[in-house]
Design a binder for this molecule. Structure first.
Ligand SMILES: [Zn+2]
Length: 342
């Protein structure tokens, strides 16, 4: 068994990780499905039979396609290492021929620097649109950009700071008044549901128990474990940013493309894994040369650029200090409303 993976990638850590995951797939059908759906985007009505014959029927009705990371967290001991995950290239499928659009609904920091909106990226061009983060200004930005908030069924949160998740109460409330009936599924760090509900209750007492025509549910990420969130397979990588819960950079396989997203973090080698082989890496660049714990600065990022094996890098989450240096920047910088087509 070890020969073939070693030939593919001559690293003992890689081979060990593949063997561990193969063993997990043999004993846990859900892991088998995780791997399959991660390797190639497929239609959700096409289900794969596990070699043991187990679960193929159950998977259809279990919501598995939306929630495999719940199972992943239960099989943590046999998990593939985060670094090995990023070295496995996603296969290119016919879906890859379609273009994916990444819209920067918010490219600013928490404080509206430069008059910009807070963190929010919209991916579309896959089977359904998906948001990466939803800062407090998310719904305003969507409406300004002509995106119907009720069309968003999937949201992935990098971490639990308000400028990355506080738009969710308004996304839910807007749906309630817009007679939305599309379910909303949010994936984020452990504790995401509680944090969103606390914010919602503080803003609109009683809102969390109101009756709505659509369901809202939460999935918790587990470090390094691929998680199927509707149209995307998302692998979270732990980063360095204090938020009262694990903070993650997200490697998102969507519509046959790979989008890396740093979330908020100071430099950590996790970013190498997240960006490796990505068609686009969206990276925070809060400061120009100011060193602030938990955030990146332009000088550090430029110094690390050669280690980031991505096709294209676009910086976001910029402070006034960084924005003042954009003319001297060699890195492509996002502005609100920018669209990157992959
Ligand atoms: Zn943050």
């Amino acid at each position: 068994m070890a020969g073939a993976p070693y030939h593919y990638n001559p690293s003992r850590a890689y081979v060990r990780a593949v063997e561990e995951y193969a063993s997990m797939m043999r004993s846990e059908p859900r892991a088998y499905y995780d791997y399959f759906y991660w390797q190639g985007p497929v239609s959700v009505d096409r289900l794969l039979a596990h070699p043991s014959g187990r679960l193929s029927k159950a998977a259809a009705g279990s919501g598995l396609l939306a929630t495999p990371c719940v199972a992943a967290s239960r099989t943590r001991r046999g998990s593939i290492s985060a670094r090995a995950v990023s070295r496995m290239e996603p296969c290119k499928s016919p879906v890859a021929m379609r273009s994916v659009r990444v819209t920067f609904l918010g490219s600013g920091d928490a404080f509206g620097s430069g008059g910009r909106f807070q963190a929010c990226l919209c991916l579309d061009g896959g089977t359904e649109p998906l948001l990466l983060d939803c800062g407090a200004t998310g719904v305003i930005a969507m409406k300004q950009g002509g995106i119907d908030p009720a069309s968003i069924g999937w949201v992935a949160l990098s971490h639990l700071h308000g400028d990355h998740f506080a738009g969710l109460p308004w996304l839910i409330l807007d749906g309630q008044f817009a007679k939305r009936n599309k379910a909303l599924v949010v994936a984020g760090p452990v504790g995401a549901r509680e944090r969103v509900e606390q914010a919602f209750e503080a803003l609109y007492p009683g809102a969390t128990t109101a009756q709505r025509a659509f369901d809202s549910s939460f999935i918790e990420f587990a470090d390094g474990m691929p998680c199927q969130l509707g149209p995307a397979l998302i692998t979270p990588f732990r980063v360095r940013h204090q938020s009262g819960a694990p903070s993650y950079a997200l490697r998102v396989e969507y519509g046959g493309k790979v989008i890396g997203y740093s979330g908020d973090t100071e430099w950590t080698d996790s970013l190498i894994d997240v960006a490796n082989g990505a068609d686009l890496f969206v990276c925070e660049c809060n400061f120009f040369d100011k060193k602030v714990p938990g955030h990146l600065d332009y000088q550090t990022l430029v110094g690390k650029r050669a280690e980031l094996g991505c096709e294209r890098i676009v910086i976001t989450h910029m402070s006034e200090e960084m924005l003042a240096h954009l003319d001297n920047s060699d890195l492509e910088a996002a502005a609100d409303g920018d669209v990157v087509t992959l």
